[in-house]
Write a new protein. Structure first.
Lengths: 275, 214, 214
């Protein structure tokens, strides 16, 4: 990784964590770091890279030195006005704390893990991360499918034989037959008695009546007697008769009049000479 | 076939792999290939000095009679499922669907009125009966052709089959419940004609327009 | 169309085929499939009364050392070309985008620490795991959700799949390279060696290698 190399370079030059004045070349290297911070997978990744630069087994890495390296990195980043994500700064704060505890004699009253334990724990985390990184590399180095091992290139296509079975139960059969018989028995009856007057019926009826209607007559007076009482039938007959009236007016056979909103609608035959 | 590459024009830089190894290679190449391969194409993939034709022949023999065999199509070779095992790769999917309304009504009429002609079925249903509907019932082994009616035109009649009785759990078509039983079971509207006003919301009431036949 | 026998569960009508024939069938079924198949899936395609496991074992032995071998991945089986011949087959390679470092690390952590929660992955890597990384691994069918951890919040766990085992040529997750060494070194634990369970809120410290399938 070329950026990484540039980065390692920067810190190899300052192993004790003190950065001198940067030369032009150093500056270029440090700016490469900007890109590189992007490339790093968080503070632990940076710490692991720094620890490796100590060129010792991770178990023997100097955590104190590591903390200083990291803090130097953060200082450098600040100086170069590199925006560091919060977790890098949190890590810096924690390492500064760890460093101070490692340097100072332990306070007997202090609770919790000792500075050495904290340091050991950090070392262990780095070791664990490195172990996983190596495990990932080993995994990738295995004989991978479709790279080193291959599945059948032309697998046989599975033909799907779809069989549709139509099914019915005895009760379906009986219902079907009942449906037919019901239709047979009652159809004429129902048709006659359906409480619906069709517009066709109303037109027929109205045309039969209108010959006598020389003066205005209300809509309701045209309703047949048998359709006046039951509200459902009356509603249907009224609607149908109204449609019939409109139809006769359209045909020029009658005239309509309504004298006020929601008032009675009246109809009379259109005089022959007016046509 | 001689195994000695000695007299080849260009002597190979490395000894060619043993024929057993070449056989493995041909096996792998053919297995992984998306298309059938010609001997020349196979040879092009093997290391120099290999005898693709011989290795191919060895692979072919090795798979003879196996579940998968090496087959030639034109000049190309590919592994194929043994012809007698093709059925293993066909998956049966059985889908159950309800009989259409037209079909169940037709079936009911045949069951109750058998032997019955197509014209009679149409008369009872009040709708034309499609040939497909009758074919479906025949294919399902519920209906078969009965004797021709001794009337002008000698029309075919339809009757229900043993398979029908079996499926619907009937001893004979005479076991089908009569109209009175249907009525008692609440399947037939049991209001005698001419009495109460039928309720227009009653789903049993025929609509002014029949549903289109399904 | 032949009528299906109504009673499938009954004793087989025909004696099961001889084991040599069953072997051919298993060969054909596995050759035809790109995806690994479980013994149950294979059995479902064979005639009744076949012993898929036995036939499978015979096929495995038959292909030992061949150019194509029968490989086990978890509970599933598939024919794959022998790894030592991969170099011959370079032209069959389908280019896939290389995995990012984050994805490789996340995959390794899931494989070695499974079942593992997202928080644990993040603890190991010291950085947040992006949703895209996990999605990618799930989409490649290498990782799936495991059981929820019985800890506060009931977090989801991640485990590797049979697809992962198949891809990396592993019979089981126990065969991961270096697994034992890592475990002995305490590097698969959640706490450094010698440190007691640190977190009283987390009584069920996840244990390595609960079988993801149990």
């Amino acid at each position: 990784m070329p950026e990484r190399a540039a980065w390692d370079q920067l810190f190899r030059d300052v192993p004790d964590g003190r950065t001198g004045a940067l030369t032009g070349d150093d500056k270029t290297a440090a700016e490469a770091l900007v890109v590189d911070v992007e490339g790093f997978e968080g503070p632990l990744d940076i710490l692991l890279t720094l620890a490796r630069s100590q060129k010792v087994d991770l178990r023997h890495v100097s955590i104190l030195q590591l903390a200083e390296q990291y803090l130097a990195f953060v200082e450098e980043a600040k100086r170069l006005r590199i925006e560091l994500a919060a977790d890098y700064l949190v890590m810096a704060a924690w390492l500064a704390y760890l460093k101070s505890r490692l340097l100072l004699p332990p306070e007997p009253t202090e609770e919790g893990p000792s500075a050495e334990e904290l340091a050991a724990r950090l070392a262990w985390r780095l070791e664990r991360l490195e172990a996983m990184r190596e495990a990932g590399a080993r995994l990738m180095g295995r004989d991978q499918l479709e790279r080193d091992r291959f599945a059948r290139g032309a697998p046989d296509t599975q033909t799907l034989r779809r069989t549709v079975i139509y099914d019915a139960s005895l009760i379906d059969l009986l219902r079907a037959y009942s449906r037919i018989k019901t239709r047979d028995d009652y159809r004429p009856l129902h048709m006659n008695r359906a409480p619906v007057m069709t517009p066709e019926e109303a037109i027929e009826r109205l045309r039969g009546l209108i010959g006598d209607v020389l003066d205005w007559r209300t809509l309701s007076s045209f309703l047949p007697a048998s359709w006046r009482e039951d509200p459902k039938r009356r509603r249907s007959a009224t609607a149908a008769t109204f449609v019939a009236m409109l139809e006769l007016v359209r045909r020029g056979e009658a005239e309509l009049r309504q004298q006020e909103v929601f008032g009675e609608i009246t109809l009379r035959r259109r005089a022959a000479d007016a046509r | 076939m001689p195994d000695e590459p000695e007299d080849d024009a260009a002597a190979p830089l490395f000894p060619s792999p043993p024929i057993e190894e070449q056989e493995r290679m041909v096996e792998a190449v053919l297995f992984a290939s998306r298309e059938p391969l010609t001997p020349a194409e196979i040879a092009a993939r093997l290391p120099q000095g290999c005898d693709a034709a011989q290795a191919l022949e060895r692979v072919r023999r090795r798979y003879e009679g196996r579940g998968v065999t090496l087959e030639q199509a034109g000049n190309s070779w590919a592994f194929r499922t043994a012809a007698d095992l093709g059925w293993l790769l066909a998956r049966e999917v059985v889908e159950t669907r309800p009989l259409s309304r037209a079909a169940i009504e037709t079936l009911a009429i045949i069951a109750y009125h058998q032997p019955v002609t197509r014209a009679e079925i149409e008369d009872i249903r009040g709708v034309a009966v499609s040939k497909g509907t009758l074919d479906l019932l025949i294919e399902r082994n519920w209906v078969r052709l009965g004797r021709r009616r001794m009337t002008p035109g000698r029309p075919s009649t339809y009757v229900v089959t043993e398979g029908f009785l079996d499926h619907f759990g009937l001893e004979s078509a005479r076991d089908l419940p009569g109209l009175k039983e249907l009525r008692d079971a609440g399947l037939l509207d049991n209001v005698p004609p001419g009495e109460a006003e039928p309720d227009p919301d009653d789903p049993n009431q025929p609509r002014m327009f029949e549903d289109p036949d399904d």
